[in-house]
Design a protein around this ligand. Sequence first.
Ligand SMILES: Nc1ncnc2c1ncn2[C@@H]1O[C@H](COP(=O)(O)OP(=O)(O)OP(=O)(O)O)[C@@H](O)[C@H]1O
Ligand SMILES: [Mg+2]
Length: 426
Amino acid sequence: MPAIEADPTRAEGSARDDQGQLHFPPVTRDHILNCSYDAWFPKYRTSCIKSRIIPLTPEFVSYIREDGIVLADEGNNNPDDDDWEPTNPSKDYPAPPRDPNEPEYSDDSEDEAEPLPPRLPPNKRFPTLHAQITSAIAELGGTVAPKLNWSSPKDATWISRHPNTVKCTSANDVYVLLKSSSFISHDLDHAFDDTVPSSSMTPPFQPVLVLRSFFNPLPSLEFRCFVKGRNLIGITQRDPNYYAFLNSLRPHIVKRIKEFFLKRLKFTFPDACFVFDVYVPEAGYDSDERLGRARLIDINPWAPRTDSILFDWGELLDTRVERPVLGGALSEADQKDHEGGGDSWDDDESEEEEGEYVPELRIVEKDDPLAYNFSSPAYSAHKMPKEVVDASMAGEGGMREFADQWRRMQEAQQQVQGQGQGQGQE
Ligand SMILES: Nc1ncnc2c1ncn2[C@@H]1O[C@H](COP(=O)(O)OP(=O)(O)OP(=O)(O)O)[C@@H](O)[C@H]1O
Ligand SMILES: [Mg+2]
């Protein structure tokens, strides 16, 4: 992360120096940890998609990191059953270096010719976690969208059985997406890159798997929102396409997002500057409103790693807010003081609006050249995971083995699959 202190090459109040380099305020380890799903979900649960958070073990993390994809044998997931035969022996998928965190596999055979044991499938390697994931999927209605602490594997949807979505109906679906995603590797290995130490004692990083009940969001109604000094300053469409109907929805979008921000987030998030993502669904048929309540999808750091989409980070960094509120989350009493003693938690809009920054909403306009920048397939640079590269390097046989194994797994799974399809927003 670039440095921050007074810089003679920057015009006063500008985040950009003479070379066009952006200067962000320092990002601490705490800022990143505060955006981890498990840190904020419990506080905002009632505005979120129904989710389960499963702490991950070192064995699971090793499994995600290592090359090759060994999947659970769903038809044979009794951990006491020793009859398992590996479906992809290590000659086809090179075995990873031995991880000291991994338990030694007990192996009765003294065969010196096989220095590394075949890798166990997830249901034998981490049976408890595998069972937790399987039952969480069932609890969430049978279809989930997975992510780790910060990122979802949206660069890996091409490999999914449910094309172009992060939809998963089994633990194996989850494993394939996680193992094929560069964004997931980033969460595990680079989440704290470019951060500065926090002044307070920060808890150690605990990797978690987040399973959210799957639904079919309308991409046009997903928005990213920028908060500076606890003021909502900007809202941008997340999807890069032009939607003609969005223009007429402008006031409704801003109203719903402001309402959510003021009631739930403004004073309660630990940091004064952050970025949150919402989904604003269409209103129910019995409602007078055109849009329903905003749902919180994610919280991201105020940092270069967060895509500013239709804004430029320079504009956001240079935006001046008249009533910035700095520091940590306020107590409820302090919140009332700050609102002039009024009840800021009801639906009285006039009171909420007073002195509030008016956020700018950016949507993709017709013939917007910005939209054309997105015309290439998303995440194309990430579309070839290491497993596929390895398999292709192993020649035609390796690639065929990979495809065969994946197809066999899908077929077996389709046979045992339940029918539950959750729409489940809480
Ligand atoms: N429960 C869900 N069901 C279906 N799709 C979902 C669900 N949750 C999220 N998505 C889709 O996945 C997308 C990415 O989700 P999310 O914002 O949590 O991922 P992310 O990796 O943090 O993204 P970014 O890098 O942009 O911050 C969302 O924009 C939405 O389209
Ligand atoms: Mg995010």
